[in-house]
Design a protein around this ligand. Structure first.
Ligand code: ASP
Ligand code: MG
Length: 417
C-alpha cells in the first residue's frame, strides 16, 4: 500500500477537492491511506479563532462565521448528490467547537489551541471523504486520534511509537482507501494534541513507517524539490533524485524542502518519498531514497535572509579562547539566538545569527562589557551545496561578501542585504 499526503493548498477550494478525485483516478490507486490537512489557510484562521476566544475579543463570532461559511461554500460548490450527510457531519464539528468554548474551564493556551485548531483537519477530511464517496471513490474516514498516540506536550506533542503502531495496525485497512487527518494525535487522557505546524507530512511518515508502505507521496503546488527558491532565483531546476541524507542536509541549511522529522522514519525503513505536483500528478516529481546521488548534480542554493553578522574580539587583543567561546554560546542559548555559521580567527570570533525572539539588544548588553563587539545587521547567508567555481563567482561578483567558508560539498557566503 501507499501513503499520500495532500496539503492545504491542494484542497483550498471546490476545484481542489475535484482535483483530488481526478488525481486518484489518474493514478488508479485502490490501496492507499490519504492524509489531508486543513483547507487552504484554515489553520491560520483557526489560530485567529483561538486568539479571539483566549483574549475574549469581540471578533470571535466574526471569525467563527467566516470559517463556517468558507467550508459550507465549498460544500455548496461541490454539488453533492447527497449532501445532507456531509452537512450534518460538518455542522457537528462546529457544534463541538461551540460546546468546547462554552464548557472549557482550562486556561492553558496550548491545550486550548490543540482542541480548537485540530478541528480544521476534521472539517477538511469530512468534506473530502464525503465527496469521494459521493462520486464513487469509496473510502473510509478515519479519526487519526485512534492511531497517533502522543504525550501531553500540547502544540509540540511527541509520538509514542509503540502505542501508535498498535493503533495504526488495528484501525487501518490497507486493502482500501482511507482518508485521515494530518498533524493531530491524542494523549493518554484522551485529549487532542498537535504535532506542530506543518506536521501533516510527519503524520504521513508515521503511517508509512508503521504500515511498511511501499512509498509516500507528498502532493504540493510545485513540481517537486527545486535546486533554489523560485521567489529568489529566476531559474530553477527540478531535482529528480536525492538521498534522505542530502534532503536532511538541505533542511539543516534552511531549505524548506522536507522536514527531517518526516524523513527520519522513512529513512529507517528505506521507504521512498516522492514530492510531486497535485497539478501534474502523472509527472515523477522528486524521488527521495537511500544512497542516491543527487540527480541532476547541479548546485543547490539556500538563502537565509535577515541575519546578523557579529564579530567578537577580546578588548586587549588577546586570543578568543575556548572559555570565551563557551561563554558566548551559553548566552546564545539563553537568548534563543540561533547561530547559523561560525568562524574563528586569532583575535576574533565571527557568528552569523538569527534573532527570532527579538533578543539581540539584550545579548549585546551582556557581551559588550567584556568584549569588543562589531556587527552588521540585515545580511544574508547563502549556502551552495555541490557548488562550482562559476556559481560562487556569480554571487561574489554581484554582492558584497563579508565572510566565506567552504568545505568539500558546501560553500557559505555572508553577503550584505
Ligand atoms: N494544517 C496544519 C498546518 O497548516 C498542518 C499541516 O498542514 O501540515 O500547519
Ligand atoms: Mg496545512
Amino acid at each position: 500500500m501507499e501513503v499520500f499526503k495532500f496539503g492545504g493548498a491542494s484542497v483550498k477550494d471546490a476545484n481542489g477537492v475535484r482535483n483530488l478525485v481526478s488525481t486518484l483516478h489518474k493514478l488508479d490507486k485502490k490501496e492507499v491511506l490519504i492524509v489531508i490537512s486543513a483547507m487552504g489557510k484554515m489553520t491560520n484562521a483557526f489560530e485567529d479563532l483561538v486568539n479571539a476566544y483566549f483574549l475574549k475579543t469581540d471578533k470571535l463570532q466574526q471569525v467563527f462565521g467566516a470559517i463556517k461559511s468558507f467550508h459550507f461554500d465549498i460544500i455548496d460548490r461541490l454539488d453533492f448528490k447527497e449532501n445532507d450527510f456531509v452537512a450534518e457531519q460538518v455542522e457537528a464539528v462546529f457544534f463541538e467547537i461551540t460546546q468546547f468554548f462554552n464548557q472549557n474551564q482550562e486556561t492553558d493556551y496550548d491545550y486550548i489551541y490543540d482542541q480548537v485548531v485540530s478541528r480544521a483537519e476534521f472539517l477538511s477530511t469530512r468534506i473530502c471523504s464525503a465527496y469521494l464517496n459521493d462520486v464513487g471513490l469509496i473510502n473510509t474516514w478515519l479519526d487519526v486520534r485512534e492511531c497517533i498516540k502522543t504525550n501531553s506536550d500540547f502544540r509540540r506533542a511527541k509520538v509514542n511509537w509503540d502505542k501508535t503502531s498498535e493503533g495504526i495496525l488495528k484501525h487501518v485497512d490497507t486493502s482500501s482507501i482511507t482518508i485521515t487527518q494530518g498533524f493531530i494525535g491524542k494523549d493518554n487522557k484522551g485529549r487532542t494534541t498537535t504535532l506542530g505546524r506543518e506536521g501533516s507530512d510527519y503524520t504521513a511518515g508515521i503511517f508509512a513507517f508503521c504500515l511498511d508502505a511501499k512509498e509516500v507521496s507528498i502532493f504540493k503546488d510545485v513540481q517537486g524539490v527545486l535546486n533554489a527558491d523560485p521567489r529568489e532565483f529566476e531559474q530553477t531546476t527540478l531535482i529528480e533524485e536525492i538521498s534522505y541524507r542530502e534532503a536532511i542536509e538541505m533542511a539543516f541549511y534552511g531549505a524548506s524542502v522536507i522536514h527531517p522529522k518526516t524523513l527520519q522514519p522513512l529513512q529507517r525503513k528505506g521507504i521512498p518519498l516522492r514530492v510531486r505536483s497535485f497539478l501534474a500528478p502523472e509527472k515523477k516529481g522528486t524521488y527521495v531514497g537511500s544512497e542516491l546521488d543527487i540527480v541532476p548534480e547541479i548546485p543547490c542554493f539556500i538563502v537565509k535572509k535577515n541575519q546578523i553578522l557579529i564579530s567578537v574580539a577580546d578588548k586587549e587583543f588577546h586570543f578568543v579562547m575556548e572559555q570565551d567561546i563557551s561563554e558566548i554560546f551559553k548566552l546564545l542559548h539563553e537568548f534563543k539566538v540561533k547561530a547559523n555559521m561560525i568562524q574563528n580567527s586569532a583575535i576574533s570570533f565571527s557568528l552569523c545569527i538569527e534573532d527570532n525572539f527579538n533578543n539581540f539588544k539584550e545579548l549585546m548588553a551582556k557581551l559588550k562589557p567584556k568584549y569588543k563587539v562589531k556587527y552588521n545587521e540585515n545580511v544574508s547567508l547563502y549556502t551552495i551545496r555541490h557548488f562550482n567555481e562559476e556559481v560562487v563567482s556569480t554571487i561574489e561578483d554581484s554582492k558584497e561578501v563579508l565572510l566565506k567558508q567552504r568545505s568539500r560539498e558546501t560553500v557559505q557566503l555572508i553577503v550584505k542585504g
